[in-house]
Design a protein around this ligand. Structure first.
Ligand SMILES: [Zn+2]
Ligand SMILES: [Zn+2]
Length: 820
């Protein structure tokens, strides 16, 4: 006798129970000793430890947890680790604010300690959310990028890349955030449009007269190194090669011709400053022009600007314009919408400064990136172009040094005597040059014993872009290639240019191998109003709020059903509520089925006397299995959940269960054999539904499985049960067509009753069906028992002629007349 399912499903309690049981039993540990099963390795992105596991991350993690659970059921030994990306500016900023200090006010190791405390607290909160979502992570493989053991890997990779010639130090223009006071990479620059003013300013020609230029940044005039015009611009041809005076300075510069100048912009003559933007950088290199740095690390004007020194650029702009006006050099100003480059962390407009930095050569790998990106499977496919286009658009190498504190130290010292670079040996790492000396007696070049540390630190992406190798066990495990390249790298559409790209170039440079075989991309989660989700827009939803109200399985249904993989999806409370209602429907249906099959012997191997509707739903279940399997293979989660939910709710519950109730309740009328056939079908189809749902709604399906099926099936968890292979023999189009007609007829009779406000169990004295054809009449006659049983029909007659009466939906030739 089976245990019965309690009336109250209590989903939230069920979820918590299974989450702790799975963890206790280590159900999702990767088994290094298992050499039989194929391996599936997930390159779980270590999330940035901001402290909040927001709803966008819920979408990410749901996607790849579904993949992990599905692959386990497909017989894979799944490696699903979880790390934390700890370093970086936002943590530093919070620590600075909370302790009312600047990063330079305390020794670096003390500042670091404060950051680590904050990160630990943040991880605790985020981990709770990941567990609450029911992710089947192997927590024995947890790591933090801020721990020395991870530094060791980051620093070792630095040393290897240095020795392979991929890393160099150079003075080069870099994107600079004056608020964060650090260099940032191209990938960390965001673009936005802002309203600006285009000022028309007169420059004095040496030979007399003026040439007018247009600029949005007059404060950069002191850094003007040339004035450029288009070579095809006839208005200015005569000036090329002539000298012109830079206003507010006594410098003369030469006028040059360059095709990059747009004759239609402003006056067609522009000043080139070092540096106003990236185009200036190109012009300066091309024409070998001098560099005048007029803005410093903090975004203030430098000594080279004379009287403007010390001013912030906005202030310098005002003063400069006033000065030019006094001299009669300002003509007019026009409003202009302009694209500006912003720091992605703080949205401050960036400057382009020239500073000594460490770089990684990435552009030499662009062809390789493209080749590998084309070999990788992308879900969805078109996302590969995002990576390729980004790689091709890069004009500068990756600047990997940062002028911050909480980050992995660069394992470098300099000789104070001869400036020789001392690179750490692989066996020295982890090491912090800021607090430790190089492990050598003297400078190998000059013999000096006086060293100074590299105080710059590494970009956070330099930590997180080796995860494919680290997850696989590099550099400690000899067999790390078992898990490398990762089977799947999941990522958000917004970070293809960072995460997917940096992973690619780092691993190509280090190992000459692609890091991942497939890439799963999720879109963004939009706010409840369809706009971007922001706290200040009032459309923000906290993931824990959703999960504490409706639980993980409902939340996961929203995430998977929200839209096609890769597309942006809005957060919608009704979708989560629908998921919740579906779980209750599933619970109640399972409870009902469980009662109906209480005396059913699963191990009875005798042939069942399957009736048309039994064969009909068994065939449909096989077809569904095929569809869902194909969808999950292609990471089309929305198709998998929608198909299964529709089948479970509308085919299994609404049609099949209703149609066989009478057969189950009245064996004296239909015979024990037919009752058993219905029991067998209910048992089999419900199990199939639970299995197909298990990757997406693992908790509720587990609970039902444990009560109803675990004893028979013998797997310790439904999430470890073998994925069903569709049985082609059971798919029968004829039978489905027959069943569809019978079900349509039953539904129409029920609609007729409810249209007349009759209870569904009202007996029908007489039903006459005009089938419209011999074929239909035969099919309907075969389904007589189920039709009469379900609809309580006392006298049943079917004829093959066409006739009047109520038309059956989708079968325009079939009509019936009903007398109650
Ligand atoms: Zn910034
Ligand atoms: Zn030296």
């Amino acid at each position: 006798m089976r245990q019965s399912l309690p009336k109250d499903s209590n989903i939230l309690e069920i979820e918590k129970k299974w989450q702790s049981k799975w963890e206790e039993t280590g159900a999702y540990r990767f088994d290094w000793n298992d050499l039989e099963r194929p391996v599936f390795s997930i390159d779980t992105p270590p999330p940035y430890t901001s402290g909040e596991f927001h709803i966008g991350l819920v979408l990410n993690w749901t996607y790849f947890d579904v993949v992990a659970r599905y692959k386990r059921m497909r017989g894979y030994n799944v490696h699903f680790p979880q790390g934390w990306d700890c370093h970086g500016l936002p943590v530093e900023v919070v620590v600075e604010k909370a302790n009312k200090i600047k990063k330079t006010d305390v020794p670096p190791d003390q500042f670091r300690k404060l950051c680590m405390q904050l990160v630990e607290k943040n991880i605790e909160d985020m981990k709770k959310s990941i567990m609450r979502l029911g992710c089947s992570i192997d927590w024995s493989a947890e790591y933090r990028t801020m721990n020395p053991d991870y530094w060791r890997r980051t620093q070792l990779s630095y040393i290897l890349l240095y020795n392979k010639g991929f890393i160099y130090r150079g003075k080069h223009p870099v994107n600079w955030c004056p608020r964060c006071e650090t260099a940032i990479a191209d990938a960390e620059v965001e673009y936005d449009t802002r309203n600006a003013e285009l000022h028309y300013i007169k420059f004095k020609l040496e030979e007399g007269g003026f040439l007018e230029i247009a600029t949005t940044r007059p404060e950069l005039i002191p850094a003007c190194v040339t004035v450029a015009v288009n070579p095809n611009d006839e208005r200015y041809a005569k000036y090329v090669g002539k000298s012109i005076q830079v206003p507010t300075t006594d410098r003369l510069v030469k006028i040059i011709a360059d095709e990059m100048v747009d004759p239609k912009f402003g006056t067609g003559a522009v000043m080139i400053c070092t540096y106003g933007d990236k185009a200036d950088v190109k012009t300066v290199i091309k024409h070998d022009l001098p560099v005048i740095m007029c803005i410093d690390d903090k975004g203030r004007m430098t000594q080279s600007t004379g009287k403007y020194a010390g001013m912030k650029s906005e202030e310098a702009k005002k003063v400069m314009l006033a000065d030019l006006k006094t001299q009669g050099l300002v003509d007019k100003a026009e409003p202009l919408t302009q694209e500006v480059s912003l720091c992605w962390r703080c949205r401050t407009p960036i400057e382009i400064l020239e500073r000594e930095q460490w770089f990684m050569k990435t552009r030499i790998l662009t062809d390789d990136v493209e080749k590998n990106a084309l070999e990788i499977t992308w879900y969805p496919d078109y996302m590969k172009h995002r990576l390729i286009d980004w790689a091709k658009s890069l004009e500068w190498d990756w600047v990997i040094s940062r002028q911050r504190v909480f980050a992995t130290p660069i394992p470098i010292w300099y000789c104070n005597n001869c400036n020789e670079i001392i690179l750490a040996k692989p066996e020295w790492v982890p090491i912090d040059p800021r607090t430790e000396k190089p492990k050598i007696d003297k400078c190998p070049k000059c013999g000096s014993k006086d060293f100074r540390p590299e105080r710059d630190v590494l970009d956070t992406w330099f930590d997180s872009s080796i995860t494919c190798a680290v997850h696989a066990g590099w550099p400690d495990r000899k067999d790390w290639h078992r898990l490398f390249p990762a089977s799947m790298h999941p990522s958000g559409v917004d970070i293809i240019r960072t995460w997917a790209y940096y992973l690619m170039v780092r691993h190509l440079a280090l190992f000459n191998e692609k890091p991942y075989q497939s890439c799963l991309i999720n879109g963004m989660v939009l706010g409840t109003d369809g706009r971007e989700m922001h706290k200040h827009l009032g459309n923000y939803v906290a993931s824990l709020e959703v999960m504490s109200k409706y639980g993980a399985d409902a939340t996961r249904q929203w995430a998977t059903a929200g839209g096609a993989t890769g597309s942006d999806i809005p957060f919608r409370w009704p979708d989560v509520e629908y998921g919740w209602r579906f779980l209750i429907k599933l619970w109640n249906a399972s409870r009902f089925v469980n009662d109906l099959i209480a005396d059913f012997e699963m191990n009875d191997k005798s042939e069942h006397a399957l009736q048309p509707l039994d064969k009909w739903i068994l065939s449909k279940a096989e077809r569904l299995t095929k569809k869902v399997t194909e969808a999950l293979e292609r990471c089309q989660f929305n198709i998998a959940i929608e198909e299964t939910r529709n089948f479970a709710w509308h085919v299994f519950c609404d049609c099949y269960i209703e149609a066989v109730k009478d057969r189950l309740y009245k064996p004296e009328r239909y015979g024990e054999e037919k009752r058993k056939a219905a029991q067998y079908t209910l048992y089999t189809v419900l199990y199939r539904i639970l299995q197909l749902l298990a990757p997406i709604t693992p908790h509720v399906t587990e609970e039902i499985y444990q009560i109803m099926y675990a004893g028979d099936k013998g797997c310790k968890s439904i999430n470890l049960s073998p994925w069903p292979t569709p049985d082609e023999k059971l798919v029968d189009e004829e039978i489905e067509k027959h069943g569809d007609l019978i079900v349509a007829l039953i539904n129409e009779i029920r609609r007729e009753k409810s249209g007349k406000h009759m209870p569904l169990n009202t007996p029908v004295k007489r039903l006459k069906i005009y089938a419209g054809s011999k074929d239909f009449a035969k099919i309907i006659a075969e389904g007589k028992e189920d039709i009469c049983g379900t609809c309580k029909i006392e006298n049943f007659e079917v004829v093959s002629q066409k006739g009047d009466g109520r038309e059956v939906a989708n079968y325009s030739d079939v009509h019936f007349v009903m007398e109650c």
